[in-house]
Design a protein around this ligand. Structure first.
Ligand SMILES: N[C@@H](CCC(=O)N[C@@H](CS)C(=O)NCC(=O)O)C(=O)O
Length: 232
C-alpha cells in the first residue's frame, strides 16, 4: 500500500472518530501507545461528513485512519496496521507466536461479535421494552463473565502488559455505567475481576487513561441519542 511510506515516516495520520466510540478509542490507545503524532477529526454520526463517506464508503463508520490520504478502516484492522507499519516503534500489540496471535484474534473477535449486540439491547431499546432489556442484560453479563474467565488471574489478557485484547475491550469500560443505569445491574458486583482489570488498564497505562471518555459523559451522550431516536 502506498500509504505505508507516509506511515513509516510517522506523518500524515488522521483519525476520524467520535469521542464515545469504543472502536475509535481502540485506535487512539494504539496510536498513543506508539507515541505517534496524529490529528483527530471528530465526526458527527448523525450528519456524516463527505470525508467519512468517501473514506469508508462500504460501512460509513468510524474509526477511519487516514494514512497519507489513504484510508484504513475497521478498528481491529487498524490496530494490526499500526503494529505492521510502525513495527520499529515500541512493543507490538499482537504477540509474535502464531498460536498466541490466533488466540488474541479469537478473543478480540469474541468481543466484537458478542458485546456490542447485547449491550445495544440494554441501552438502545425503547422505554417500556423491559423484557428485551432484561434479556440483553442477561446475555451481556454472560459475555462479561466469559471474558472475566478468560482473563483469569492475569493482570492483563495478554499476561503482564497491555496487549491486543486489552486494547480491543477496555474502550467499552466507560460504557459500563450506561449499561448499569439502563440494565439495573452492577458490573463490579457481577464481574469484580473484570472491573478491577479495567481500572488497572487506565491506572497503569497513560495511553488508556488519555484515550477514554468519562463514563458520565458517555451516559449523557447516550441519553441525548435516545431522545433523538425517540426512544424515551
Ligand atoms: N466493526 C467496526 C464498528 C465501527 C462502528 O460501529 N462505529 C460506530 C460508532 S461506535 C459508527 O460509526 N456508527 C455509525 C453508523 O452505524 O451509522 C469497527 O470495528 O471499526
Amino acid at each position: 500500500m502506498e500509504g505505508d511510506k507516509a506511515a513509516s515516516g510517522g506523518g500524515g495520520l488522521v483519525l476520524l472518530n467520535c469521542f464515545v466510540s469504543p472502536f475509535g478509542n481502540r485506535v487512539r490507545i494504539a496510536l498513543k501507545r506508539k507515541g505517534l503524532p496524529y490529528e483527530e477529526q471528530p465526526q458527527n454520526l448523525a450528519d456524516k461528513s463527505p470525508l467519512l463517506l468517501s473514506s469508508n464508503p462500504v460501512h460509513a463508520k468510524v474509526p477511519v485512519l487516514l494514512v497519507g490520504g489513504k484510508s484504513v478502516c475497521e478498528s481491529l484492522v487498524i490496530l494490526e496496521f499500526i503494529d505492521d507499519a510502525f513495527s520499529g516503534e515500541g512493543e507490538p500489540l499482537l504477540p509474535a507466536a502464531p498460536c498466541a496471535r490466533s488466540h488474541a484474534r479469537f478473543w478480540a473477535s469474541y468481543v466484537d461479535t458478542k458485546l456490542p449486540e447485547c449491550a445495544a439491547r440494554v441501552w438502545r431499546s425503547p422505554k417500556g421494552a423491559a423484557a428485551v432489556v432484561e434479556e440483553g442484560k442477561k446475555d451481556l453479563v454472560a459475555v462479561l463473565k466469559t471474558l472475566e474467565a478468560e482473563l483469569g488471574a492475569k493482570p492483563y489478557f495478554a499476561g503482564d502488559a497491555l496487549g491486543y485484547v486489552d486494547v480491543a475491550l477496555v474502550p467499552f469500560a466507560p460504557w459500563f455505567l450506561t449499561y448499569e443505569k439502563f440494565g439495573g445491574f452492577s458490573v463490579a458486583a457481577e464481574c469484580p475481576a473484570l472491573a478491577a482489570w479495567a481500572a488497572r488498564c487506565a491506572r497503569e497505562n497513560e495511553c488508556v487513561a488519555q484515550s477514554l471518555p468519562e463514563p458520565e459523559h458517555v451516559f449523557q451522550f447516550v441519553c441525548g441519542m435516545r431522545k433523538m431516536f425517540g426512544l424515551d
